[in-house]
Write a protein that binds this ligand. Structure first.
Ligand SMILES: [Ca+2]
Ligand SMILES: [Ca+2]
Length: 233
């Protein structure tokens, strides 16, 4: 009986090993300075998802197929770039792109020295440079995602690392801001503060829970009371 048990265990192990996916590493770019942020989406509308990267001084995308690298914007602000969000917001099969820069987490008060939010207007040929439009921002802008809030309606959710003037994770709460893009992205964007109850908010993600008309936004933070996670509808 013991031998059969051993045989069964060995077969289970082998079966598991055979079903394991096999990954092969492929270097797309060995010259990234600091890869702060990543997004996936179809940039050129060929129905194949491309890779978008917030590097230290450039926002770039890699074309699915040959993984050729194209610069969208460079030297946008004095400090480093930090985040990028890409999603097809208007339904034409090509992503809309927003970015965050002026990464200066030690400056929590001065909006000129810390944080920036921009929408990138795509050129006719997406392999050429894109045009940044500056939007309102808080200091220490750190994460952003496009979120579906209703049928055919999306908002850009942006989360700083710290609240204004915070020291050691104490002080005013972090302003989590939602932006809604007007038909002409150069016109004034609507915006709301959707939460300001937490500090040291580090990450943000969007969850598709199977509802047709909306996603859930999830973000996490730490404060003096320890780890917290918060979900937003
Ligand atoms: Ca593509
Ligand atoms: Ca689009």
């Amino acid at each position: 009986m013991a031998n059969y048990s051993f045989l069964l265990a060995a077969l289970c192990f082998l079966s598991g090993a055979l079903n394991e996916p096999k990954f092969q590493a492929q270097v797309l770019d060995d010259n990234v300075a600091i890869g702060y942020g990543l997004a996936i989406g179809d940039v050129d509308g060929d129905r194949k998802p491309d890779i978008l990267l917030a590097d230290k001084k450039q926002f770039v995308w890699f074309r699915n197929g040959d993984w050729k690298r194209f610069v969208m914007v460079e030297n946008l602000t004095e400090s480093d770039n930090v985040c990028i969000a890409a999603r097809d917001v208007d339904g034409d099969g090509k992503v809309e792109v927003a970015v965050g820069a002026q990464w200066n987490p030690g400056e929590t008060s001065d909006t000129l020295k810390s944080g920036s939010v921009h929408f990138l207007v795509r050129p006719g040929d997406p392999t050429q440079l894109w045009t940044p439009i500056e939007l309102h921002h808080e200091p220490t802008i750190h994460r952003m995602r496009w979120v579906k809030v209703a049928m055919n309606k999306y908002q850009l959710i942006v989360v700083p690392l710290h609240g204004r003037g915070n020291k050691g994770g104490e002080g005013q709460g972090v302003k989590v801001i939602a932006y809604e893009m007007p038909r002409d992205p150069r016109a004034k964007w609507k915006q709301w503060t959707i939460d300001e109850s937490m500090h040291l908010t580090h990450n943000l993600d969007v969850v598709d829970q199977g509802e047709k008309d909306r996603n859930q936004t999830v973000y996490s933070s730490r404060n003096a009371r320890g780890q917290l996670e918060r979900r937003m509808d």
